[in-house]
Each structure stands twice: as structure tokens, then as C-alpha cells.
Design a protein around this ligand. Structure first.
Ligand code: ADP
Ligand code: MG
Length: 394
């Protein structure tokens, strides 16, 4: 096993399951460091696949495709949260270094397992999950604690960007929503009074070294991330320390290798609760691409190549603005337009990232802009100015 500790050096192939924007930015970071990248994605129109040295278009469970990937790549990671655990296990059994491994990814794929995990370690991290109740059988409905209403019913699996969630006021609404979800396993969460939302971004190397980025403060619109600002304007230093310590402890508990994001809610009463875990680089960590010594994608490369981790130091205050497909339309999808890039590009400290997606759609993530500033206020003002010029409500 000694050779498993050797770093994988530039010139080698690294593999990524999933060819969306996260895979694309991973590919760009890996290529900048001299690696070659192999992308596996079922979709022929793949933002990462189109720039990778090798693109395998196949289902994640296609054994011929996985063998081809394993023959090429010494290490594989995933950008697609819902990748079948079996694919990661198969790659591992073919001798590939898989980071994060399937047990870590499975945990974050299932809200029930995720919340149990967070609850289990609450005594150590001092941060627990949102109060919740698992709904798997008809009989569970009768046992829902009434103090969870008003609540949010979330499907245990496959939710993202606010999809697979419904707000519920009472038992009647719960039954209707559960039927609407075709009675798949769900969690009912209490709807919390949020003061603001933040996320922690931590990285663990194969040698158990853990590093953390500054916590970002996130604003969502219609369940989709709108902006991330760092340093988090509303977060007190003691709260930031508590969150970072919890995230560092949790990444070790699951023996995770790679970049991990944990979303937290800071409640109106000052209490902090954990929302969810993403087993990969995260949209709220895109700010690291321009504002930190090492981006979250470089860290993913480093972790899976068993290199020492990079410096997470932040070099400038930043506010990241997400660009959704809505921007490409005048109101509805039948009136197309091109966003005012000339205006954005006139800002010397606004860093534009577009993901090369051919078809914009309402709500689809198309790119982001990292707005930097010498002071936090300047970064926020830049972000507001850029948003306004693009026609986005700041
Ligand atoms: P997704 O997987 O779609 O990101 P989340 O569970 O993170 O799902 O929910 C999306 C957003 O919905 C959160 O960022 C938050 O703004 C809001 N939200 C989710 N759960 C709750 C809750 N229990 N109480 C209040 N707001 C919530
Ligand atoms: Mg979320």
C-alpha cells in the first residue's frame, strides 16, 4: 500500500464524475497545474467534457466506461452530488484513489443520514441539525411533533437549488405534499427564523491535514444562491470560530478526503444550526477563485493528487454574484437577449466566469462574477453596481 501515499504528479490524468460547471472549473484548475483530465458524464453537452483531454459520454454505472476511466486515471473525484455510490466503489475496487470515497458521498446524498450524522456529533461540535422528523411510512404522519409546523418537507434524496421542497402549515398540507412527492422518504424540518445563512468550506488531505477557508455569508433567492460575501458581514468572530471548528471536526468524523462544504443557519435568537453538507466544491466557494491564494478547485486537485494542501488565505474582500439563465431573457423564455457583458467587463475588479453552457434556461446556473474590493463595503458596492447594470435586483 506504500505506493498509495505517493503524490500523483502533473502530466498524470485525474478523473471527474460529472461534467457540469463544477467539473469544468475543476478541469481548468487541474489543467493549469499541468494535469490531464478525464470527464465522465451521460450528457453529450457537457461544460467540462468539452474542455477535458478525455470525455467519456456514458452512464455513471456503465462498467466499460468506469474501466476505461480507471485505466487512465490514478485518482477520481466527483462533482455531481447524486453520483451512484456504486460507481465510486467500482472505481476504488479497480485500484483508483477515490476522493471523497463513496461512504462520504452517500451520507451527503441522503438528508436522513446527514441529519442523523449531524445530531450524533452535536455534543462535540455544539451545532446540531434543524429540528426534524423522518417521514417514511403512513404511520409516521401521526407522530409528527406539532412544534415542527410551519415546516418544510424535503425529499431525502436528489434535492438541489430548492427543488424537492415544499412549505407546510399543518398535517393536511403534509399529507398532500408527501403524496405529491409520491411518498418517497422525506424529512419534515421546522421552518426556522433565519437571521442569515453562511457556509463553511473545509479541505482534508489524505494525511489528515485539515484547512478551512473564511466563512461566506450567502443570500438565496427562490432557493438558489444569489450572492456570497466574504468576510461574512453579519458573523461575529466567535460564531465564525464555532462554525469552522465544527466543520473541521465533522470532516474528520467521516474520514473525508477533498473539499467539503457545510451550510449553516444563524437564527434570529443567535443560535447556529447546520443545514446540509455538500461533498464537493460548492457554489458559495467560487469566491476563492479570485480572492484566495488557492481556489477550492485547486484544493480538490491537491487533495486527490495527495499533494500538500494549498494556502486558504483570503487576499481581498469579495462578493460573488451568481448569473442565472434568466439574464438571457426579457421576462419570459420566448424573448431572448444577450447580457450586457461590456458593462460588466468595464469593471476592472469584477471577475467574470461563464460556464460555456449552450442553452440558457430560467433558473439555470450559467456563470458568476467575483466582485473584489479593497474593503468589504467596496466589494459589496461593486457587486450591487454590476448586478444593477445587468438588470439583476442587487
Ligand atoms: P438545497 O439542497 O436545495 O440547497 P436547502 O436545504 O439548502 O436545499 O434549502 C435551500 C434554502 O431554503 C436554504 O438555503 C434556506 O434559504 C431555505 N431553507 C431550507 N431549510 C430551511 C428551514 N428549515 N428553515 C428556513 N429556511 C430554510
Ligand atoms: Mg442548500
Amino acid at each position: 500500500m506504500a505506493d498509495r501515499l505517493e503524490p500523483i504528479l502533473p502530466g498524470s490524468y485525474l478523473g471527474i464524475l460529472g461534467g457540469g460547471q463544477l467539473g469544468r472549473m475543476f478541469t481548468q484548475a487541474a489543467q493549469a497545474m499541468g494535469y490531464k483530465v478525464c470527464v465522465l458524464d451521460p450528457d453529450s453537452d457537457s461544460p467540462a467534457g468539452s474542455i477535458a483531454e478525455k470525455f467519456i459520454q456514458a452512464d455513471y454505472t456503465n462498467s466499460i466506461a468506469l474501466k476505461e476511466m480507471a485505466a487512465l486515471c490514478a485518482a477520481v473525484s466527483t462533482e455531481f452530488e447524486n453520483v451512484p455510490a456504486q460507481a465510486l466503489d467500482d472505481l476504488e475496487s479497480l485500484g483508483v484513489f477515490v476522493a471523497p470515497r463513496s461512504s462520504c458521498v452517500s451520507l451527503a446524498q441522503n438528508r436522513i443520514a446527514e441529519k442523523k450524522f449531524l445530531a450524533t456529533w452535536k455534543s462535540e461540535t455544539n451545532i446540531g441539525p434543524v429540528p426534524y422528523f423522518v417521514i417514511e411510512h403512513d404511520a409516521d404522519i401521526a407522530h409528527v411533533p406539532t412544534d415542527l409546523f410551519p415546516g418544510i418537507l424535503k425529499t431525502a434524496r436528489m434535492g438541489y437549488d430548492g427543488k424537492g421542497q415544499v412549505t407546510i402549515d399543518d398535517t393536511e398540507g403534509l399529507i398532500a405534499a408527501w403524496n405529491h412527492f409520491e411518498r418517497v422518504p422525506c424529512v419534515l424540518e421546522k421552518r426556522m427564523e433565519l437571521d442569515f445563512e453562511v457556509s463553511a468550506l473545509v479541505v482534508r488531505g489524505h494525511d489528515d491535514v485539515v484547512v478551512a477557508y473564511p466563512v461566506s455569508q450567502n443570500i438565496h433567492r427562490s432557493g438558489i444562491l444569489h450572492t456570497s460575501t466574504v468576510p461574512a458581514p453579519s458573523l461575529k468572530p466567535a460564531q465564525e470560530k464555532k462554525i469552522v471548528d465544527a466543520a473541521k471536526a465533522l470532516i474528520r468524523k467521516i474520514d473525508y478526503v477533498g473539499v467539503l462544504c457545510i451550510e449553516f443557519f444563524v437564527l434570529k435568537n443567535g443560535e447556529i444550526v447546520a443545514n446540509e453538507i455538500a461533498p464537493r466544491p460548492h457554489n458559495s466557494g467560487h469566491y476563492t477563485m479570485d480572492a484566495c491564494v488557492s481556489s477550492q478547485f485547486e484544493q480538490q486537485v491537491r487533495a486527490m493528487a495527495r499533494l500538500p494542501l494549498g494556502d486558504t488565505r483570503q487576499l481581498a474582500p469579495v462578493s460573488m454574484l451568481n448569473l442565472l439563465g434568466d439574464l438571457w431573457f426579457e421576462g419570459s423564455e420566448d424573448k431572448a437577449r444577450e447580457p450586457a457583458w461590456n458593462k460588466v467587463l468595464a469593471h476592472p475588479d469584477a471577475k467574470l466566469h461563464l460556464y460555456g453552457k449552450s442553452a440558457p434556461r430560467i433558473g439555470r446556473k450559467m456563470g458568476h462574477i467575483n466582485c473584489l474590493g479593497e474593503a468589504l463595503n467596496e466589494a459589496r458596492q461593486n457587486c450591487a453596481a454590476v448586478a444593477t447594470e445587468l438588470g439583476i435586483e442587487p
